[in-house]
Design a protein around this ligand. Structure first.
Ligand code: PEP
Ligand code: MN
Length: 682
């Protein structure tokens, strides 16, 4: 008889063999991708073909499902593979576009020592290049620039902006006074952790915190909560880590990344320190000579200019870009040393320097400005993953005419009385408002599904549900954290604890989240975490709440009140728009009538009427309308047929134990079936 240990070893051996095969296959695939890249070079066709990538994903999802692998897993895997192929092709293309630039050894300089964030960015950036890397650490950004200027190094890698703390002024200022060119960029996820030499060190024991000022700014909210802690600023994160290692005490900790900390025998004792969970830094790569960017690679160009002292001079410069169809991605300004109140502008655009439009724009800009310099042209590092569409994810294959949304009905009827609302009306804005939330576009011709449980109940429940929502093509994840319940003793929601879970589930499955906000005082706080704010039916005429959501920049999902007319709904939306927030989605979720067979009565005629009256998108919530899961699918399909811009449906892993609205929650297979009916072919 085999012993359990032997058995385990056998299984592990088999896994090792499979992994070796997989690595081999991946390496072969990468070589093929490079060959395709070589064929593409010279044809001037774009490196990425998003339609083709969608087809690949659809095919792999289908094959994966047949083998019992879920779509999320397959998509995640293939996006990682596609990203690597694309970036490898970039390097191939750049080598061909800049012959003579290949080196056996890249001398790279950066701030700090091993383990600093700049060091990690340098390692990642040059890992795709064929040559070896010689690392040169520096004490300041200025020193890094000077080393390249003097020829001691070929490249300097410098952080230029962070998604939490913004632009890094010192680096912007250095760009004013150097002749180096930007030849590349890399976007690096930054995960700040509290690091200690002792895995058992606790927050209470810490009295000294070592950190770089930029990092301090990104983690200010966490640091403010620490009591009796003295913050000591260090010139780089690697210095902070080295000092923590040398102190060798439970009382001294540093902020740094987990990989960086490992160089100094430090271990994370607390995670997620950054004020914003999505924390990225963009680094630029500077070299002595400018590089060309191959035509098939999406390119960015960075410009530096100061305008003439005339009214509208900056507007004129920006209009020049607009007139040539050039998209600007960044505008920063910095004071000019010695010229008080004069500004130098940094502009990033999505265009290749050799593009004829760009050449023409530059020609004009040179005439319009007092100072003008091209800082560099380089490949755009953002390889955004191809997200499969609802059609790709729903089980059956696509059929074009199913997607069509009925046109907005025209009316000859004159309005009976003058409308009190204005901003929401078609008279004010004829074209449909289209609201973009993450990858989802709501409005116009789209039909979007928002799904999730009535309430967030536990980590397991929301993660299971999120996985299912995404797997079959849901675009947004819903989940109530503050529940408006008729009975004060019923479950009131998990509050902010629930919102943390919803946010984490949304992040994991790459879906924006929507949750209800009930109290005007919570609006700003909820808006920090939620991608869209829901105003529940019971609050449709809570005017102080409407005014508050009108002041934040998040889209608002406004539900029609239980007893509200369409006119009242539009006036409620007007409250929000009047405060400045133009992003409102209206939702019909059933109204009170004498009928008792359903929880409410779904007023489907609201859709064509609202489409005549307003440019705002209109969605249907069949779940709260009918209150019974057997009727949800037919009404969801009816919503599509009458031209709604989408639906919001409640689903639950086990509706029998749901803490609210169990009877109307779709079971997972019912949701999958509905999505196939809505987006797939029979
Ligand atoms: C909900 O969406 O969970 C909800 C409470 O909806 P309504 O406000 O439409 O009742
Ligand atoms: Mn509900």
């Amino acid at each position: 008889m085999t012993k359990p240990q032997d058995d385990m070893n056998l299984l592990r051996d088999s896994i090792n063999q499979l992994d070796a095969q997989m690595l081999d296959t991946l390496a072969q695939r990468k070589e093929l991708a490079k060959k395709i890249g070589q064929r593409k070079f010279g044809t001037q066709s774009a490196i990425r073909d998003k339609d083709y990538e969608q087809l690949i994903l659809a095919d792999r999802i289908q094959k994966g499902r047949a083998l019992g692998l879920d779509a999320n897993y397959v998509v995640h895997l293939f996006n990682t593979i596609i990203e690597d192929s694309v970036l490898s092709q970039h390097v191939e293309f750049q080598a061909r576009a800049n012959p003579g630039n290949q080196q056996d050894i890249y001398n790279v300089t950066f701030l700090g020592e091993k383990g600093s964030y700049s060091h990690q960015a340098a390692e990642r950036y040059f890992s795709r290049h064929p040559g070896k890397v010689a690392e040169h650490s520096c004490g300041t950004f200025k020193e890094a620039v000077e080393r390249v200027e003097s020829g001691q190094a070929n490249y300097a890698i410098l952080p230029i902006e962070n998604s939490t703390s913004g632009g890094i002024n010192e680096v912007y200022d250095l760009l004013q006074y150097t002749s180096l060119s930007i030849v590349g960029e890399i976007i690096q996820p930054i995960e700040h952790r509290l690091l200690s030499p002792f895995a058992d060190a606790t927050l209470d024991e810490i009295t000294t915190l070592l950190t770089h000022p930029q990092v301090h700014a990104q983690c200010s909210q966490f640091i403010a909560k620490l009591h009796n802690v003295k913050v000591e600023f260090c010139k780089s994160t690697s210095h902070a880590m080295r000092q923590a290692q040398e102190a060798n005490s439970h009382a001294v900790a540093a902020i740094g990344g987990a990989v960086g900390g490992s160089y100094y025998n430090l271990v994370p004792i607390h995670d997620n320190l950054a004020n914003q969970r999505e924390n990225h830094s963009r680094f630029i790569i500077l070299a002595k000579d400018p590089q060309k960017v191959a035509g098939s690679i999406p390119a960015k160009t960075s410009l530096l200019l100061s305008t003439k002292h005339e009214p509208g001079a900056l507007v004129e410069a920006l209009l020049t870009l607009k007139n040539h169809g050039i998209n600007m991605t960044k505008l920063e300004s910095r004071p000019i040393n010695g010229n008080p109140w004069e500004e130098m502008f940094y502009i990033d655009v999505e265009e290749n320097l050799e593009d004829p439009d760009m050449e023409a724009a530059i020609e004009e800009l040179r005439q319009q400005t007092r100072f003008f310099k091209v800082l560099g042209c380089y490949p755009d590092a953002a390889v955004d993953p191809t997200e499969p569409t609802s059609k790709t994810l729903s089980r059956r294959s696509p059929k074009a005419d199913k997607k069509k949304v009925p046109a907005t009905p025209k009316t000859d009827e004159k309005p009976l009385k003058k409308k009190a609302y204005h901003l929401v009306s078609r008279q004010h804005q004829a074209e449909d408002t289209i609201i973009q939330i993450g990858d989802a576009k709501i409005g116009g011709d789209s039909f979007v599904t928002i799904a999730g449980p009535c309430a967030v109940e536990s980590e397991e429940q929301i993660f299971d549900t999120a996985r299912q929502v995404k797997e079959y093509g849901g675009a947004l994840l819903r989940g109530g954290c503050f529940k408006p319940r008729t009975n004060p003793y019923s479950f009131q929601g998990m509050g902010y604890e629930g919102l943390d879970l919803l946010e984490a589930a949304g992040k994991k499955y790459r879906m924006p989240i929507v949750t209800e906000v009930m109290d005007a005082e919570d609006v700003v706080k909820v808006a920090r975490q939620a991608d869209m704010l829901q105003i529940g039916a019971r609050n449709m005429q809570n005017f102080s709440l409407l005014k508050e959501v009108g002041k934040v920049h998040r889209p608002v999902f406004l539900k029609r009140g239980l007893m509200a007319s369409l006119d009242e709904l539009l006036n409620a939306a007007e409250y929000i728009l009047a405060q400045g927030n133009k992003q409102v989605i209206l939702c019909e979720r059933g109204i009170r009538t004498f009928e008792t067979a359903t929880r409410n009565t779904l007023d489907l005629s609201a859709v064509p009427i609202l489409k005549q009256e307003t440019h705002l998108p209109i969605m249907i919530d069949p779940s709260h309308a009918v209150g019974r899961r057997d009727l949800v699918a037919p009404m969801a399909k009816a919503a599509k047929a009458v031209g709604a811009h989408g639906i919001m449906v409640e689903i639950h892993p086990n509706p029998e134990v749901a803490k609210s609205d169990g009877p109307q929650a779709l079971r997972f297979p019912q949701y999958a079936e509905l999505m196939a009916d809505l987006y797939g072919e029979d």
